[in-house]
Design a protein around this ligand. Structure first.
Ligand SMILES: *Cc1c(COP(=O)(O)O)cnc(C)c1O
Length: 354
């Protein structure tokens, strides 16, 4: 057989998800809590009525309305749902794709922007953040001018650094570019800021989120809000029935009981402060403040590969970012877990660098 696979695809390394069975899992920004038993029982009752023999509502209108009202999105905005926000990144880029259509983001940031751009054969430009992982406004504006991007992705808070970029800087970018600007608020539950209230000000702004990090990663549901005429065009690229019925009814049920998720979020935020303070008391670390449910740590006196391996030997899985980007040399990222898990992590971490 002739080799039909595109050279750009052959040059990629597949997105690797390590097998986490048996580990204390602090690598993937999951919420560590499930629901109380009585809520699980109620949820199973709801599932009983789901008609698995029928296709789901293709536009998931009931769920969209629930999301719009429960998660504070403006009623004038159009909403599109995706099979995770990963699918929405793909959908946005499919709607604008072309060999001369530049996709721009910052580095380091979420890797799927660049990966999906290359799946679609679109040029990608990553603008480096400064040494504190903040946006460099002058560099951003110069890069926008030079490359004339079609789409700019900004994770807010950023992954893997955890910080929120300056609102003034982002506003300035929104004012000056005619690109579609996607503010990716995957971690909005843990941050006190959102661009949702600015949707009315900018026709080129899309606010994208997911229910994954707020406690429903297993459902695979992302959503984005934006200008009606823009999103109506993008919706043509969406495959019919992309949100299955179990996800539709389960997310609706979860949002009806959102106070449970909110309590979990508050607990995670408290535990984030505890973990941050504990890490800050350890010598030889640069610990980056976080508005998300994870913390980025730079080892100043130890080798990140060795510490990562030592933690793994003690059944603790975190993320080694040391080789992900030049700016992340010797960096590790730990997700905030249950208090007991964070304590076990801290003990193992301290012994790994002792
Ligand atoms: C986790 C993450 C996503 C993907 O979320 P899914 O909805 O689970 O696909 C998107 N953007 C950022 C910045 C993330 O960290």
């Amino acid at each position: 057989m002739k080799d039909w696979i595109r050279p750009e695809i052959k040059a990629l390394t597949a997105y690797h998800v390590p097998d986490a069975a048996g580990y204390i899992k602090l690598d993937a920004m999951e919420n560590p809590y499930h629901w109380p038993d009585d809520l699980v029982t109620q949820w199973l009752e709801v599932l009983r009525d789901a008609n698995l023999n029928r296709y789901p509502d293709p536009s998931a209108n009931k769920l969209k309305l629930k999301i719009q009202t429960c998660l504070n999105l403006p009623s004038e905005s159009e909403i599109i749902l995706g099979n995770g926000s990963d699918e929405l990144i793909q959908l946005i880029l499919m709607a604008v794709s072309g060999k001369d259509r530049v996709v721009m983001s910052v580095e380091p940031s979420f890797v799927m922007y660049k990966m999906i751009a290359s799946f679609l054969d679109m040029p990608y430009v990553g603008v480096p953040l400064n040494e504190r992982f903040e946006l460099d406004l002058d560099l951003m504006l110069a890069s926008i001018k030079q490359h004339q991007p079609a789409v700019i992705f900004i994770a807010y808070p950023n992954n893997p650094t955890g910080n929120l970029f300056s609102e003034q800087v982002l506003d300035e970018i929104l004012e000056t570019t005619d690109a579609i600007v996607v503010i990716d608020e995957a971690y909005f539950a843990f941050a006190d800021k959102s661009y949702a209230n600015k949707l009315k000000d900018y026709a080129n702004l899309i606010v994208m989120r997911t229910v994954s990090k707020m406690g429903l990663a297993g459902l695979r549901l992302g959503y984005m809000a934006g200008n009606k005429s823009l999103l109506q065009e993008m919706d043509k690229v969406r495959l019919p029935y992309n949100i299955n019925i179990l996800t539709q009814v389960s997310t609706e049920f979860a949002l009806q009981n959102k106070h449970i998720l909110d309590e979990q979020t508050e607990q995670i935020k408290r535990d984030r402060s505890e973990l941050f303070n504990a890490l800050n008391r350890i010598d030889g670390l640069d610990v980056f403040p976080s508005d998300a449910n994870f913390i980025l740590i730079r080892l100043l006196q130890h080798d990140a590969d060795a510490v990562f391996a030592a933690l793994k030997d003690q059944n603790i899985l975190i993320k080694n970012l040391s080789h992900a980007d030049v700016s992340l040399k010797n960096c590790l990222r730990v997700t905030v877990g249950k208090a007991s898990e964070n304590e076990q992590f801290l003990l193992a971490f301290k012994s790994a660098i002792a």
